[in-house]
Ligand binder design. Structure first.
Ligand code: ATP
Ligand code: MG
Length: 282
């Protein structure tokens, strides 16, 4: 089935008709477009594991805060479609905001607890937008498996929880973070960085790597690991730390001592651009 031409639809009715024609398993990759090798790796994994691959491209307004510039979000649909066609994607859904949120829209999906720390604390309302739109995308696409990136570790955890709690018949698959040669995690937002900020942006990877090295040398106290991460960020003049975290991988609660599976994560501002990254230990 992989050599069928790429089909592009916008309305919900078109998406539903196209979906009805897909027999067998469907892998789904939700994105906000301006695609890079990270997104493509998710589509390729879906291609390997499923009979058909559906990708959505939707810059979801409800997951942007009032001070986050939605109107400046980068877009390049032609380039996105070329990448997706090369990756063997069958169907691309590009809903407009009024397809997803028609006038009078008033229903929200919210995951409690897991959404409170880290990204949730820095970006109030962000996860409510994410879980609401992913619920709507799941309902429309009805995928067998849905693919998310480890770069957004908390998002992956929140989607997993939502999928379990609301009994979506979808298997959530989390794929490794794809990085540039110098370690910077690929992200559509990297395109906002000036050349100087782009160089400084390796500070996220350097910070995580330093903490992981200390862990590998036997450091198990969380506070020194946080200190190592924030120290590396402080050494980079163009970078401003938003948070560093050493948390339980499943609950995202901050740890005193690292014992089991642990998430090292951080958010850093480079100028106006906010970047995140994480490593998993144990
Ligand atoms: N470097 C990466 N490696 C693997 N998956 C990724 C990477 N970057 C993004 N993804 C995943 O792609 C999916 C769509 O993400 P999205 O379209 O927001 O891309 P993004 O690069 O994270 O954009 P932004 O920089 O605006 O956050 C998410 O599941 C996300 O985790
Ligand atoms: Mg993103």
């Amino acid at each position: 089935m992989s050599n069928q031409p790429l089909m592009i639809v916008t309305s919900l009715a078109e998406l539903r008709s196209a979906r009805l024609l897909l027999d067998g398993t469907v892998g789904f990759v939700p994105t906000m477009g301006y695609l890079h090798e990270g997104h493509v790796s998710l589509a390729r994994r879906a291609r390997e594991e499923c009979d058909h691959v559906v990708v959505s491209i939707f810059v979801n307004p409800t997951q942007f805060g009032p001070n986050e510039d939605l109107s400046k979000y980068p877009r390049d649909l032609d380039h996105d479609l070329h990448l997706l066609e090369a990756a063997g994607v069958n169907l691309v859904w590009t809903p407009t905001p009024d397809v997803m949120y028609p006038p009078g829209f008033a229903t929200w999906v919210e995951v409690e607890g897991l959404t409170e720390p880290l990204e949730g604390a820095s970006r109030p309302g962000h996860f409510r937008g994410v879980t609401t739109v992913v619920s709507k995308l799941f309902n429309a696409v009805q995928p067998t498996k849905a693919y998310f990136g480890q770069k957004d570790a908390q998002q992956a955890a929140v989607i997993r929880k939502m999928t379990r709690d609301l009994d979506f018949p979808v298997e959530v698959v989390v794929c490794p973070t794809v990085r540039e040669a110098d370690g910077l995690a690929m992200s559509s937002r990297n395109s906002y960085l000036s050349p100087e900020e782009r160089q400084a942006a390796t500070v996220l990877f350097r910070s995580l790597s330093a903490a992981r090295s200390a862990y590998e040398r036997g450091e198990r106290s969380a506070e020194p690991l946080r200190g190592i991460m924030s120290g590396v960020i402080a050494s980079e003049p163009l970078a401003k730390m938003q948070y560093v975290s050493v948390a339980d991988y499943d609950t995202l609660e901050e740890l005193e001592t690292v014992t089991g599976k642990t998430l090292l994560s951080l958010a850093v501002l480079l100028g106006k651009t906010r970047l995140i990254d994480n490593f998993v230990l144990g």
